[in-house]
Every structure is written in structure tokens, then in C-alpha cells.
Design a protein around this ligand. Structure first.
Ligand SMILES: C[S@@+](CC[C@H](N)C(=O)[O-])C[C@H]1O[C@@H](n2cnc3c(N)ncnc32)[C@H](O)[C@@H]1O
Length: 206
């Protein structure tokens, strides 16, 4: 159990939360009602972002081992629009539901595509294509290769480190993600450069 100052803490979330928030402000609409975060991690992004979008119910999700940490952040933040974490492991679990009457307007996932295996990336994209309706948006944040090349020496080093941790992890090619998303019914409408050689990709369900 986590409590008080024992909450899990990811320094990267503190560094990237403001640039990501600024980008999300361009994507999230006043008419949006439900956002699903895939791979909420510590829960830091949820508690920081959600309070800026009071029209949204912010649904957190991750694998069960992450849930206690996410709950600890939610309890200390006291933002009632954030939902407790549900179990969602792409490629294994059923896609979460927003509520009985409607689907998600936005799915947001930061720093997950390079962690999960490519098969799981494809399973996630398949779920998105199956469960999101026309007009819904998907936001992926993280490092991506371009034209089969790293965009910076630091990303090449990060990719080597990722593969040492888990051979299925890897920085993904933007073009491969875009192709899979297109096949699932999405169009990439924004490709925003972000600090530290990351990108924020916005796909719209057609
Ligand atoms: C690097 S962390 C990113 C956490 C947070 N979004 C952030 O930006 O700090 C990757 C997250 O993906 C989750 N994850 C691992 N496999 C997954 C899967 N198959 N489907 C969804 N999430 C997964 C991990 O539990 C972890 O919380």
C-alpha cells in the first residue's frame, strides 16, 4: 500500500506535464465528456491534467500492480472527476467502458508504445478502432523514430536501454504506428514536436 509521501514518483512526469497539458488543450473540446488514460503509471499525469478539464471524467487504467500507487495519488489530490484505475493490459484485457450509454471521446497514452511489445501495440490499436466512434481522438506521447532513424543520439541510447530491460520494448517507427492506425480507421491530424525529442501524435477516428 502507498500512503502520504510514499506515493510513487516519476521525475519525467514532472518535466513533461506542462508541455503535454498545453498540447492537450489543443485537442480536448468543451463537449468532451470521457477520457481514458491507457497506462496511467504513477497517476501523476491524471491528477495534474484532469483538474484543467473540469468537463471531463478522467478514467485511469493500468495493470493491477500499478493500481495502489495511482489510488494514492488520487486520494491525495482529491479530484472527484478522476476515476479509480481499471485493469487494462492491451492484448489481454477487454477494452474499458466509459459508461453504459456512451464511449470515450479521447484516449490518452503517454510513454507506453515503446514499453509494450509490438503485438500489444497492434492489439491496443485494434481495440481503439473497434471501440471508438467517429470524431473520437487518440493521443500518443513519447519518442518515435522517423524514416527508420532515431531522431537524436539520446533516443538511440534510450532504445538500447529499453531492449536491455525487455527485448520486446523499442522506440516505434512513427510510420508503422500511423499505418496501423490508418488501417484501424484513424487519420493523424497533428504531429507535435515536444521537448526532449518526444512527439505528441493526435489521431482522429474517421
Ligand atoms: C513507462 S510507463 C508510462 C506511465 C505514464 N503514462 C507516464 O507517462 O509516466 C508504461 C506504462 O504502461 C503500462 N503497461 C505495460 N504493459 C501494458 C499493456 N499491455 N497495456 C497497457 N499498459 C501497459 C505499465 O504498467 C506502465 O505503467
Amino acid at each position: 500500500m502507498f500512503s502520504g509521501n510514499q506515493k510513487p514518483f516519476a521525475p519525467a512526469c514532472e518535466r513533461n506535464k506542462d508541455p503535454i497539458l498545453a498540447a492537450l488543450r489543443q485537442v480536448i473540446r468543451s463537449s468532451d465528456r470521457h477520457l481514458l488514460e491507457v497506462g496511467s503509471g504513477t497517476g501523476q499525469h491524471a491528477v495534474y491534467m484532469a483538474r484543467h478539464f473540469p468537463q471531463l471524467v478522467w478514467h485511469t487504467s493500468d495493470l493491477p500492480p500499478a493500481h495502489a500507487g495511482i489510488r494514492a495519488w488520487l486520494e491525495s489530490a482529491g479530484v472527484p472527476s478522476i476515476q479509480p484505475p481499471v485493469a487494462y493490459e492491451a492484448g489481454r484485457d477487454d477494452f474499458p467502458a466509459a459508461d453504459a450509454s456512451t464511449g470515450f471521446d479521447v484516449v490518452y497514452s503517454a510513454n507506453t508504445l515503446h514499453i509494450i511489445g509490438w503485438d500489444q501495440v497492434l492489439a491496443l490499436i485494434d481495440d481503439l478502432g473497434t471501440h471508438l466512434s467517429s470524431g473520437a481522438r487518440v493521443v500518443f506521447y513519447g519518442p518515435f523514430n522517423r524514416g527508420g532513424e532515431y531522431t537524436a543520439p539520446s533516443n538511440a541510447e534510450f532504445d538500447r536501454w529499453l531492449k536491455q530491460q525487455n527485448p520486446v520494448s523499442a522506440i516505434r517507427d512513427f510510420e508503422a504506428v500511423e499505418q496501423a492506425m490508418q488501417s484501424a480507421g484513424f487519420q493523424c491530424r497533428q504531429d507535435m514536436p515536444m521537448p526532449a525529442n518526444n512527439s505528441l501524435l493526435v489521431f482522429h477516428r474517421l
